[in-house]
Design a binder for this molecule. Structure first.
Ligand code: ATP
Length: 238
């Protein structure tokens, strides 16, 4: 097997005395779509935050493209193509939609490419085009969620980490977000997806990991997990 693009080994994270992540091992190969599912409070978001330098690791290590990124701040990871779209909003509220998209591309200097990508985002998310001059902070939660994802894509990530990208979205918008995830995945982007809708996530993913109270309790091919009766009973509402 080739060297994974992202490798998490023995990760532990604590908030004060509370050990939110006890022991996480996870590998993501280049071009894969890997989903991390599990019950509320299992430690999924905490794992992603530790990987992307938003909170410190207590123990363990994470390598990205072969190098340790322990202690590397988020902005530096962004420059290396590792981009996280956090849970909830995370857009620049006092900037317009189009300014937010431009901010996503601030490390690029291919002016024509940036303009073309903004048009591409408008084609994917027509709502953003209709509201291009609106301040992001005045958009609905779902619209901000779309904008956060579009802004991340503007940076041309090598590894895109999505934390609950469909949270609070209508079924139609959820479907739309998954279309976009499937599209960028088929174009070769490597993606890590934390998602409360485990069924949709496993349908889209190559492989899955299940997290339960701070540990990885199961992993495998996403198609196998979809057909696994214990996964179905616990996470797929079947
Ligand atoms: P969900 O699916 O509900 O978003 P999750 O799997 O993403 O859950 P985390 O958000 O990582 O779970 O939370 C893991 C545990 O850490 C929870 O018990 C949570 O209460 C706790 N926790 C998260 N953030 C903090 C914090 N800033 N301070 C203290 N405890 C925290």
């Amino acid at each position: 097997m080739t060297q994974p693009m992202l490798s998490i080994k023995g990760l532990q994270v604590a908030y004060g005395g509370i050990q939110a992540v006890k022991n996480v091992d996870m590998d993501v190969q280049q071009g894969e779509l890997v989903t991390l599912i599990g019950s509320n409070g299992a430690g999924k978001t905490t794992t992603l935050k530790a990987v992307t330098g938003m909170i410190p690791m207590k123990a363990g290590d994470v390598t990205y493209r072969g190098k340790s990124i322990k202690g590397v701040p988020s902005w530096e990871l962004l420059a290396q193509g590792l981009v996280m779209v956090p849970e909830g909003r995370g857009v620049f509220a006092r900037m317009t939609i189009v300014e937010n998209l431009q901010m996503g591309a601030y490390l690029r200097n291919d002016k024509d490419g940036i303009a073309a990508d903004i048009e591409k985002m408008f084609a994917i998310f027509p709502r953003l085009k209709e509201r291009a001059a609106q301040l992001a902070g005045t958009m609905s939660g779902g619209e901000q969620q779309m904008l956060a994802m579009a802004r991340a894509l503007m940076s041309q990530p090598k590894l895109l980490i999505l934390d609950e990208p469909t949270m609070g979205l209508s079924p139609v918008m959820t479907e739309k977000i998954f279309e976009v995830i499937n599209q960028v995945s088929s174009e070769g982007m490597t993606i890590v997806l934390v998602e409360q809708n485990a069924k949709l996530a496993l349908k889209a993913a190559d492989r899955g990991y299940v997290m339960g109270s701070g540990n990885i309790i199961m992993s495998g091919k996403a198609s196998d997990m979809l057909n696994d009766p214990s996964v179905q009973a616990a996470y797929l509402g079947e």
